[in-house]
Design a protein around this ligand. Structure first.
Ligand code: AMP
Length: 141
């Protein structure tokens, strides 16, 4: 497996070198809106520590990310009146991974509504900002 590349886009987001619509942050994890959402309210949860994916990730970071996924999933269900939540995570190109900093997709789902294809359309920043604000409120409440 290749080494972690510290110049990947999620590392740049963590360093504040690229913008993101923040949903949640704690000591070990960061959650933000996916810019090409496969569902309304599509959030990415990442560890702050560098790793390509779960194959080289520290178990403690995986545990911290799992706790954040649960928080975000509950907030997303409430905020978007979702019937269900899909969690997706890809490892290496063969596993469907495109960005090589570990990330989990939290996807609100509604009965009868299929997921959109990946990397199809960039969402408007004001839509993502409004969704992130709604999620932050739900997480604070
Ligand atoms: P994966 O295919 O699992 O590696 O997912 C990568 C995800 O990152 C895709 O869903 C992209 O839409 C998303 N993405 C790419 N660039 C950005 C970015 N700058 N901010 C937020 N999400 C991004």
């Amino acid at each position: 497996m290749a080494a972690y590349d510290p110049k990947n886009i999620f590392a740049a987001i963590l360093k504040g070198q690229l913008p993101s619509h923040k949903v949640y942050e704690d000591e070990l994890t960061y959650a933000f809106m996916d810019i090409m959402p496969r569902a309304e309210g599509h959030v990415l949860v990442i560890p702050k520590a560098p790793s390509r994916n779960i194959l080289d990730m520290e178990p403690e970071d995986l545990a911290a990310v799992a706790r954040t996924i649960k928080k975000v999933a509950l907030a997303a269900r409430e905020t978007f009146k979702a019937d269900g939540i899909t969690i997706l995570q890809a490892n290496e190109s063969a596993g469907g991974q495109v960005v090589f900093h570990t990330h989990f997709h939290v996807l609100p789902r509604w009965n009868g509504v299929p997921l959109r294809p990946a990397a199809q359309e960039v969402e408007k920043p004001d839509v993502l900002a409004a969704q992130a604000e709604q999620l932050r409120k739900a997480l604070d409440g």
